[in-house]
Each structure stands twice: as structure tokens, then as C-alpha cells.
Design a protein around this ligand. Structure first.
Ligand code: GAR
Length: 192
């Protein structure tokens, strides 16, 4: 069985989209793959409730309990590796990862970012796209490499930026597309 471990920090709507796709498309039977665990750095992350309700193992590792990024990432690696992941999926996991963590999961670590990379790495992507006068925005699924939000692009989707858009309106429009391309990207990798 191929194990997918998903890391979240909050709402977990991308995680939920991947779980729903795995259920609806019967990844277990079709591709011998499953979402085996959801890991959060925040105990209050809403996505944990969805994961538990769907019978998926959950783990919480609070980064505030650690003195350094290195110490947190070392323990996080242990937690993830208990689930023998073939693929580690960052889904709104709002932590900067250490080079050691990224190297450990090289070739099996992916992320979704709410912009059309390489534009707008980092935070506040929607407001920055609006402020820059962009006519289009979107989202990107990419492999994770040592540099933040850089790494080979796997999938992208584009949405228009509309007159009068706020960051919230644009984020909601982009999120609809995230929920389409992220399950697709995961499926492509587990089929490969
Ligand atoms: C998503 O929009 C995702 O692209 C973004 O956080 C949101 C998480 O939503 N990720 C980043 O900004 C990563 N730097 P979700 O928890 O509902 O999936």
C-alpha cells in the first residue's frame, strides 16, 4: 500500500479535497494508495476533525514546544515516518522547513501555493497580486526543494482577478481551483 501523509496547520480544505477524491475514486482498490495520516502543528486545526471523522490517523506536534526549527523538524520527521510515507503532502502547512527535512523527503514532498509561481512566493499572495494589478491569479502544486516556494511545477490553475476584488474574494476563487488540481497532482504521482 502506498501511504500518503498530509500536513496541515488550519482549515485543511485541500486535505479534505484529497481525502474525498481518494474515497470517490477508490484509490485503495484502484491504485493501492491511501491517506494514512494527517499531521498538524496546531491542535485546534479544524482539518483534524474532518480527518478523524473519516477514519484517518491524526497527529499533533506543536512547534512552540521546541527550541529550534531543527528540533521540531527532527521530531516531525519521526512522527511522519511512523506512517511510512510514499508521498508527503503539504496542505496549508504554514511552517518554513529546514534543509534537512526537505532532503529527507526528497522526491516525495509536494506543496500547494496560492499564486502562479514563480510570481508571489511567500505570504499575502492574493493582496500582492491585486496590488500589482494582475489580471490573472491562481495556484501551483510543486515539488518542494530547499528554497521556499521554488521547485518543479506539477500543476497550475488560473483564475481572473475581477474589478473590486478583495484578497478574501480572490482567495475563495483560487481555493476552488486548488481543490481540483491538488487531488489531481497527488493522483498523478501515485499512479506514476
Ligand atoms: C491554501 O490556500 C494554500 O494554498 C495556502 O494556505 C491555504 C490553506 O487552506 N498555502 C500557503 O499559503 C502555503 N504557503 P486549507 O487549510 O483550507 O487547505
Amino acid at each position: 500500500m502506498k501511504n500518503i501523509v498530509i500536513l496541515i496547520s488550519g482549515g485543511g480544505s485541500n486535505m479534505a479535497a484529497i481525502v474525498r477524491a481518494s474515497q470517490q475514486q477508490n484509490w485503495a482498490k484502484q491504485y493501492n494508495a491511501r491517506v494514512s495520516a494527517v499531521v498538524s502543528n496546531k491542535a485546534e486545526a479544524k482539518g483534524l476533525v474532518f480527518a478523524r471523522d473519516n477514519g484517518i490517523a491524526t497527529e499533533v506536534l506543536d512547534h512552540k514546544q521546541f527550541d529550534s526549527r531543527e528540533a521540531f523538524d527532527a521530531e516531525l520527521t519521526q512522527v511522519i515516518d511512523r506512517h511510512a510515507p510514499d508521498l508527503v503532502v503539504l496542505a496549508g502547512f504554514m511552517r518554513i522547513l529546514t534543509p534537512g527535512f526537505v532532503a529527507h523527503y526528497e522526491g516525495r514532498l509536494i506543496n500547494i501555493h496560492p499564486s502562479l509561481l514563480p510570481a508571489f512566493t511567500g505570504l499575502h499572495t492574493h493582496q500582492r497580486a491585486i496590488d500589482a494589478g494582475c489580471k490573472f491569479a491562481g495556484c501551483t502544486v510543486h515539488r518542494v526543494t530547499a528554497e521556499l516556494d521554488v521547485g518543479p511545477i506539477l500543476e497550475q490553475a488560473v483564475v481572473p482577478v475581477l474589478q473590486g476584488d478583495t484578497a478574501e474574494l480572490l482567495a475563495a476563487r483560487v481555493l476552488v481551483q486548488e481543490h481540483i488540481i491538488y487531488p489531481q497532482a497527488v493522483l498523478n504521482l501515485i499512479k506514476a
